[in-house]
Design a binder for this molecule. Structure first.
Ligand SMILES: Nc1ncnc2c1ncn2[C@@H]1O[C@H](COP(=O)(O)OP(=O)(O)O)[C@@H](O)[C@H]1O
Ligand SMILES: [Mg+2]
Length: 509
């Protein structure tokens, strides 16, 4: 949703309510101060800071022009501030011949004279200026705008920057495959930490989700039990809850070809030509059959290979770490998944300012002058993206109440390259002084496996299987966001937030 700050007078409540309703119908979100300065400023509130922050969150300002609002000194301040920060301002004339001295040089929309036609002109003018709800995503401002070591997910689409070209390319590729009926498998291949999971989860998937002719099954990691993971994702796609997982799993195991039926079911009531996308994230996990303690991987591949190859409305996208491309291509079954790889390189340095400032803008936070530039310079090439992400997440947590992130905070954190290492050291230190030092290494080792080329692979481990001492370690690392937990089939599992952590450990030892 694109958001607009409504500059208005509190005397125009019913007019403003109507504008708000019309905005909502067009997909726009209206931003306000949560009090009305015309009614007096509550004690202890910093009007100016709050106004700045509300304006920063908005993509543009809509001025509801009436006799009271053109005389309001608050509206005057809001418009002045918006214009000085380069936000587009759209004046909408609601009555008579009102004008505003700060807005003589911009195009007005005359709703008083033109009614609905005036609104139609307004939407067109906003789209012309790039304020377009169909091009922006809704964002829950209670979330951190920086996910840290974790991949960006669908809920982060609004704060996902830097990969617009790749997302556009992916969209074209899946649509083209669908038109040309060229088989279901597309793979995204790149080094660990290059942003493969993020570009799919926060780029491709949210874009497809808002098209009427696509159904997207939530991306899943195959993990040690890929058939269960797939069944769970299909259950959620079908009913919004994982309750049917067991029944679906049974169907898939009894007959792999059932997957076609299950996917078709998802399009019921959606019109004839709806396509279904399945996303297998971290497909390298499929290369570790010994983890499964059985034939689950072979069974999973049977199921994937039974997706109807001749049906253009079934598409499967996998992400894969590039080190594993060779092993994948050598495997007679898995090779099918990587027949059409798209390579994801490291995010170019020229996009770093955007990935730092874009989310900040959306969340209404600012950096000390020069700090962004400094962070860009201090972020290495290649595998640095997770480090940058972690530093940003920590900086956001330590922002000042007015939303400013200072150079001192950045220094104290240890900079882009040092933040993660420093935090990991602090956590270990705290665990040692609490008497849990002995449990650190054994607990962490359980979360990593290595493949035949000594490449580390994260593994998910059920939290309940850690000893009590190890549980302290897991909790402390989760608290520091170095490990993440989620629940798979009811029981909580822990995993390393990102493989980047292994490099830190490897460098230490
Ligand atoms: N476009 C981006 N902008 C900023 N950070 C990103 C971007 N893409 C990924 N990241 C960060 O980089 C790290 C690795 O991303 P992830 O998607 O998990 O990569 P991969 O799946 O290739 O290992 C994470 O910390 C993530 O938050
Ligand atoms: Mg990934």
């Amino acid at each position: 949703m694109a958001s607009l700050f409504l500059s208005h007078s509190s005397e125009d409540r019913s007019v403003v309510d109507d504008v708000r309703r019309r905005l909502a119908d067009e997909g726009f979100d209206a931003v306000f101060l949560d009090y009305d300065p015309d009614q007096g400023i509550p004690a202890g509130r910093n009007w100016e800071a709050e106004l700045y922050s509300a304006l920063r969150r908005a993509d543009a300002v809509l001025f509801v022009a009436t006799e009271p609002s053109v005389d309001s000194k608050w509206c005057f301040a809001e418009i002045a501030l918006a214009r000085s920060t380069g936000k587009p301002v759209f004046p909408v004339r609601m009555s008579g011949a009102v004008t505003h001295s700060l807005l003589n040089d911009v195009q007005w929309v005359d709703v008083a004279a033109e009614g609905d036609l005036g609104y139609a002109r307004l939407w067109a003018a906003m789209r012309d200026r790039g304020v377009d709800p169909s091009r922006s995503f809704d964002w829950d401002s209670k979330r951190s705008p920086y996910p840290g070591l974790a991949a960006y997910g669908p809920a982060d689409a609004a704060v996902f920057f830097g990969r617009s070209d790749l997302v556009g390319d992916l969209l074209n590729r899946v649509e083209a495959r669908r038109r040309q009926q060229s088989g279901p498998f597309l793979s995204i291949v790149g080094p660990s930490g290059s942003g493969k999971s993020s570009v799919v989860r926060a780029g491709l998937v949210p874009q497809l989700l808002r098209r009427d002719d696509w159904v997207v099954v939530d991306p899943f990691n195959p993990g040690p039990r890929p058939v269960s993971a797939l069944a769970r994702a299909l259950a959620v796609a079908r009913s919004g809850s994982p309750n049917d997982r067991v029944a679906i799993e049974r169907r898939l195991r009894a007959d792999p070809a059932e997957v076609a039926e299950l996917m078709k079911d998802l399009t019921v009531g959606r019109g004839g030509a709806t396509a279904v996308l399945l996303v297998v994230d971290q497909a390298e996990q499929l290369l570790r059959p010994e983890d499964a303690g059985g034939s689950d991987h072979a069974e999973f591949m049977n199921i994937l290979l039974s997706t109807p190859h001749k049906d253009p409305n079934v598409q499967v996208v996998c992400t894969l770490r590039s080190e594993f491309l060779g092993s994948m291509a050598r495997d007679p079954d898995l090779a099918a998944l990587v027949r059409e790889p798209i390579v994801v390189g490291p995010l170019p340095r020229s996009r770093f300012p955007e990935v730092i400032e874009g989310p900040a803008h959306r969340a209404g936070i600012r950096f000390d002058p020069g700090l962004v530039q400094r962070m860009v310079e201090e972020t290495g090439a290649g595998e640095a993206l997770p480090l940058l992400g972690y530093a940003l997440q920590q900086l956001h947590q330590q922002r000042r109440p007015d939303g400013l992130i200072t150079g001192e905070t950045y220094l104290a954190l240890g900079g882009v390259e040092g933040a993660l290492r420093q935090r990991a050291d602090e956590v270990q230190e705290a665990l040692r002084s609490a008497g849990h030092g002995e449990a650190i290494i054994p607990a962490l080792l359980r979360l990593v496996a290595v493949d035949e080329h000594d490449e580390p692979l994260g593994r998910a481990v059920a939290v309940e299987t850690f000893s009590e001492a190890q549980r302290h370690v897991v909790d402390a690392f989760v608290e520091a966001r170095l490990l993440s937990t989620d629940s798979a089939g009811g029981s909580a599992v822990a995993r390393v937030a990102h493989e980047t952590l292994f490099w830190g450990v490897a460098a230490d030892s």
